[in-house]
Design a binder for this molecule. Structure first.
Ligand SMILES: Cc1ncc(COP(=O)(O)O)c(C=O)c1O
Length: 395
């Protein structure tokens, strides 16, 4: 099966040789019946675990009713989904799309249009300020402002209109904003970069700057949002409310791709019929599944689990610093673990972890990312960290 996948797919990924056949909660089972604790959780698309009963029930029920209408017509899940998601974000309007990258593209279009029609930026001159080491997706416009050569090289000509500043440096950000700037687009915690948490004063400073300079603050919470960090949104930890939330991944409950841009009426209200859209965006199955996800988040249980079990995860990982680990970062059930480069690469660590029954993913050479589903238990966290310790000892 590994060879077949190698042979018949473009090599845009380099997966570990684990072939999953079934999954439930925090565990997956491979085609040979071996079980693995899933400490990646689909890059946070599986925040509620594999096949959470409430999500699967909602999907099944919807499969028996109606699955697709296109946006040419309404359906009975659409209005409730948009209202419930807007309420979760304490915002007015929801614009549903499918993938995370589409949500980012949508926000870029909305911000530019808002800039021309509301802020009064001269046509064709809008700028958006982004951070170094960002990861917002894979479209040609998005990779145009990536600083990762793997993501960007060979895909030009690049979309203009973006200014890149160091992440976590509020002064550099302020210096990059001028009268053409329509938005600041940031991950409140940079996931792909290695789970980088900015200094505590950073996000509030960004919020203040955006308000003072009449610039939209667009928070890409596609990976950091929906419970992962111990609050509904990573921005909540700093008491910051952006102008637009970008959501994806976990919004689809691990069942279907669902993304959304959520914000105030004065911003999202700039779009008129025919100016933006998606055939599958906001389809009945997606809305039914996402409503189940919103229902789970409204209980607060998953945010609480991420907070409490996240403390356990970070305490256990912290004990490995100096024992094969050079640094640990993160928040809630989300950790970037830097492996001592002298011992092994991140990929090698993930390879060995898989052999011991733990699935994780490396990033940028020596870092591994741990983001187990929020249904994980304390014993399972201990199991995962003990396996990591074993891998490091064996080096
Ligand atoms: C912060 C962030 N934004 C956007 C994306 C892109 O999402 P998708 O892969 O669904 O297009 C990702 C994916 O990893 C992400 O982490």
């Amino acid at each position: 099966m590994v060879a077949e996948a190698e042979r018949y797919t473009a090599h845009n990924y380099h997966p570990l040789p684990v072939v999953v056949a079934e999954a439930e909660g925090a565990w997956v089972t491979d085609v040979d019946g071996r079980r693995y604790l899933d400490c990646l959780a689909g890059y946070s698309a599986l925040n509620f675990g594999h096949r959470h009963p409430a999500i699967i029930d909602a999907a099944r029920e919807q499969l028996d009713r109606v699955t697709l209408t296109s946006r040419a017509f309404l359906h009975d899940q659409f209005g409730p989904f948009c209202r419930e998601l807007a309420k979760l974000c304490r915002a007015d309007l929801t614009l549903p799309m499918n993938s995370g990258a589409e949500a980012v593209e949508t926000a870029i279009k909305v911000a530019r249009k808002w800039g021309y029609r509301v802020k009064g930026v001269p046509d064709g001159t809008a700028t958006i300020v982004v951070a170094e080491n960002n990861f917002h997706g894979r479209t040609t416009t998005i990779v145009s402002f990536s600083t990762d050569p793997d993501a960007r090289a060979d895909y030009g000509p690049y979309t203009p209109g973006f200014r890149i500043v160091p992440y976590g440096d509020a002064e550099a950000l302020a210096a990059a904003v001028d009268e053409t700037t329509v938005a600041v687009l940031l991950e409140p915690i940079q996931g792909e970069a290695g789970v980088l948490v900015p200094p505590p004063a950073y996000l509030p400073a960004v919020r203040r700057l955006c308000t003072e300079r009449n610039v939209l603050f667009v928070a890409d919470e596609i990976q950091s949002g929906l419970g992962r960090t111990g609050d509904t949104f990573a921005c909540d930890h700093e008491g910051v409310v952006p102008d637009l939330y970008l959501l994806g991944k976990a919004l689809g409950g691990g069942v279907v791709p669902v993304s959304a841009v959520v914000g105030r009426r004065e911003v999202l209200g700039v779009l008129r019929p025919g100016e933006h859209g998606s055939t599958f965006g906001g389809n009945p199955l997606a809305c039914a599944v996402a409503r189940a996800v919103i229902g789970l988040l409204e209980t607060g249980e998953f945010q609480r689990r991420a907070r409490e079990l996240g403390a356990v995860l970070h305490e256990r990982l912290g004990a490995l610093v100096g024992h094969g680990v050079t640094a640990v970062r993160g928040r809630g059930l989300w950790a970037g673990v830097d492996i001592d480069e002298g011992l092994m690469t991140g990929r090698e660590a993930c390879y060995r972890l898989a052999a011991l029954g733990v699935l994780a993913k490396d990033t940028h050479g020596s870092t591994i990312r741990l983001a187990p589903p929020l249904v994980v238990t304390e014993d399972e966290i201990t199991f995962a960290v003990d396996r990591l310790a074993e891998v490091l000892r064996s080096a």
